[in-house]
Design a protein around this ligand. Sequence first.
Ligand code: 6PG
Length: 235
Amino acid sequence: MSAILKTYPDPETLAAAFAQDFFDWLPDQQRVCIALSGGSTPKLLFRYWAAHDRIDWRRIHFFWGDERCVPPDHADSNFRMTKELLLDHIDMPQENIHRIRGEDEPEAEALRYAAEIASVVPMENGWPVFDLVLLGMGDDGHTASIFPNKMDLLKSEQICAVAKHPQSGQQRVSLTGKVLNHAGQVALLITGAGKAEVLREVINHQGQWEHYPVSFVDPAGSLYFYLDAAAASKL
Ligand code: 6PG
């Protein structure tokens, strides 16, 4: 993992810096395919994008790295969070928004979503090549919805898989490890002191690093860790 680590004093500064890097990075191709992460960390970025809207969203396609198997208006829905904080505030064509249908039967949706991805995202050797995958990291080292109790999803031959949150039992539809690692660029946004110890083990290949799915995010393209000082405090 040849990762580039970028550390910022606080989550707000991190979000602004990522937004600037994203703006500078945006390729001028007609279609840019991005997989968004869920959870709480991206909220600051989505709010920043909505408040500083200077992007031509018409050539950007949003997908999700994972989604909870709940309706799109459910409090747990990653799509709902993104819609409220970002999509309702920018000019992105509806056809560019590719949500995972959390309200549908998970196994069927995993197959449907994989087909939708394959019909929009450029494919190489049978794998979609996202221009950018945004990820977070749980305090158990999971990423997307690849949890430590399902490390086999890192090597799955499927584009999407059904996962289950180890504590809550909530079902998720998630991109699999090979999709993450075929991306042109992966950016992990990680904040908070609660992530510091796992992050130390992941970055230094120490302790339990081999039990954390995030340790195996190693894309063909670029890998960035955007960290706040609290998350980076043990590096
Ligand atoms: C989800 C996310 C998940 C998230 C991590 C970190 O659906 O919850 O995709 O992988 O990125 O759990 O979550 P926080 O940003 O809330 O710490």
